[in-house]
Design a protein around this ligand. Structure first.
Ligand SMILES: [Zn+2]
Length: 146
């Protein structure tokens, strides 16, 4: 039997969140947090709406997942996010001790890899899942803005 709950499956859910952000005029980044194949948090970037530079999709997903779990550490959780986390989000993810991070498009300029931000030693990283779709949405957004 083919596996349904793949990284691609959950990245599509994150992409759906990114599309909602796009429609609101927000930079289209979406995230979901999954535990035991169940989505426990969905979020998208809301920096414009909230006038808050910290309102990245990941930050809200972390808070939402912790509320759901009633625990501060995101043990056995996986974050799916359409864009490589920035150093702020990577820092927050470090504190959350999340088990796994899966991201779509790389952020060559402001991603945590370029910035040299360390993630928690317990965290596994997977990159490039539905990379094209994730990057395409970002490009389409910035093309509209110019
Ligand atoms: Zn961020």
């Amino acid at each position: 039997m083919e596996k349904i709950f793949t990284d691609e499956y959950f990245m599509k859910k994150a992409l759906f969140e990114a599309e909602i952000a796009f429609e609101k005029g927000e930079i289209p980044v979406g995230a979901v947090i999954v535990v035991d194949n169940k989505i426990i948090a969905r979020a998208h970037n809301l920096t414009e709406l909230l006038h808050d530079v910290t309102a990245h999709a990941e930050m809200q997903a972390i808070t939402s997942a912790a509320n759901y779990l009633g625990a501060k550490y995101l043990k056995d959780c996986t974050l799916y996010v359409t864009l490589e986390p920035c150093q702020m989000c990577a820092g927050a993810l470090y504190w959350s001790q999340i088990s796994k991070i899966v991201y779509g498009a790389s952020d060559e300029n402001r991603g945590f890899v370029k910035m040299g931000t360390q993630l928690h030693p317990k965290t596994t990283i997977v990159s490039g899942v539905l990379e094209k779709e994730c990057a395409l949405l970002m490009r389409a957004f910035f093309r509209l803005k110019r």
